[in-house]
Design a protein around this ligand. Structure first.
Ligand code: DOR
Ligand code: ZN
Length: 350
């Protein structure tokens, strides 16, 4: 990484957690991610979800077709774990030569399009065993879905009720605790034994839960797991800027059209594909840790997943700019995360 006073040049980063959707939505958002990142881990929560290798490979082709000609971008596909995903599908996933990077565990009902998710992790034992044996990682949405548990506590409860027993049963399984939002999760990942890592989003580094409620209800700051109190944000910033290789970049960019965000039952998800690296640079600069950004964005992810680091680079310029109020999408536009706010770094394009 090099820092001149007005530029920041980094090894090209990867985004280890994106939602691309499908069809026209995919065509609208995938080019943004491909402009900044060399690779991205693509979530399988389509309707219906991506549960077979064949459907993941077909989806991969649609992603590549949605990119501008000549784009040098590699989608890393995931399969959606269900109560009855057969263990043999894991062999088929491994046989794709790296096109499938892991399986995604959504506890049933936890978030957008997760109704097909896992109702009881014990039903997946044979499949998890095969994943452990063939070394295919598990990517985890870490929230319990028990309605009696306070929504702000669901991640911390998940650690005790699901994550710790799961990792005790499968100690060699590589596990990514996705989009962590709490001090408990940051400390668990920091201190646990074995092969565990976590992704962290820009919104959870930049905002606490006040952002959802300041000056009225602000649905564009609503995602799942939901933003937490300030001490949690501080713990996440500490983790991301610590240089610990267990923490790496995953935006969780999750596009929903404006009319579905500004709705009586607003969809969860923040769209950050437009300006992800600018947001992370802003967060790291606020923490006085710009020198830690490259490892978080470009090294720790590939190292954990056992993939090569990228050889290209991107450059951000020091330039003040205002995040646009919206960008074109489907029948209504997309409102980017932190629309209307000013950022100090611009233009992370290769
Ligand atoms: O906020 C979120 N949006 N969290 C998720 O887990 C899913 C995502 C989506 O697909 O919109
Ligand atoms: Zn997600």
């Amino acid at each position: 990484m090099s820092t001149a006073p007005n530029t920041l040049t980094l090894t090209q980063p990867d985004d280890w957690h994106v939602h691309f959707r499908d069809g026209d939505a995919l065509k609208a958002v995938a080019p943004y991610t491909a402009r900044q990142f060399r690779r991205a881990v693509v979530m399988p929560n389509l309707k219906p979800p991506v549960t077979t290798v064949a459907s993941a490979l077909a989806y991969r082709e649609r992603i590549l077709a949605a990119l501008p000609a000549g784009a040098d971008f590699e989608p890393l596909m995931t399969l959606y774990l269900t109560d009855n995903l057969p263990p043999d599908e894991i062999d088929r996933a491994v046989d794709t030569g790296g096109k499938i990077i892991g399986l995604k565990l959504y506890p049933a009902g936890a978030t957008t399009n997760s109704d097909f998710g896992v109702s009881d992790i014990r039903k997946c034992h044979a499949t998890l065993e095969r994943m452990q044996r063939l070394d295919l990682p598990l990517l985890v949405h870490g929230e319990v879905t028990d309605k009696s548990v306070d929504v702000f506590d669901r991640e911390a409860v998940f650690i005790d009720e699901v994550m710790i027993p799961l990792r005790r049963d499968f100690p060699e399984l590589r596990v990514v605790f996705e989009h962590i939002t709490t001090k408990e999760a940051a400390h668990y990942v920091r201190d646990a034994e074995g092969r565990v890592a976590a992704t962290i989003t820009p919104q959870h580094l930049l905002y606490n839960r006040n952002a959802i409620f300041s000056g009225g209800l602000r649905p564009h700051y609503y995602c799942l797991p939901v933003l937490k109190r300030e001490p949690h944000r501080i713990a996440l910033v500490e983790a991301a800027t610590s240089g610990n290789p267990r923490f790496f970049l995953g935006t969780d960019t999750a596009p929903h059209a404006r009319h579905l965000k500004e709705h009586a039952s607003s969809c969860a998800g923040c769209f950050s594909g437009l300006h992800a690296m600018e947001l992370y640079a802003h967060a790291f600069e606020l923490a006085g840790a710009l020198d830690k950004l490259e490892a978080f964005a470009s090294f720790h992810g590939p190292d954990f997943y056992g993939r090569p680091r990228n050889s290209g680079s991107i450059t951000l310029k020091r330039e003040s700019w205002v995040i646009p109020d919206e960008v074109p999408f489907l029948e209504s536009p997309l409102v980017p995360l932190a629309a209307g706010e000013t950022l100090g770094w611009r233009g992370a394009h290769n």
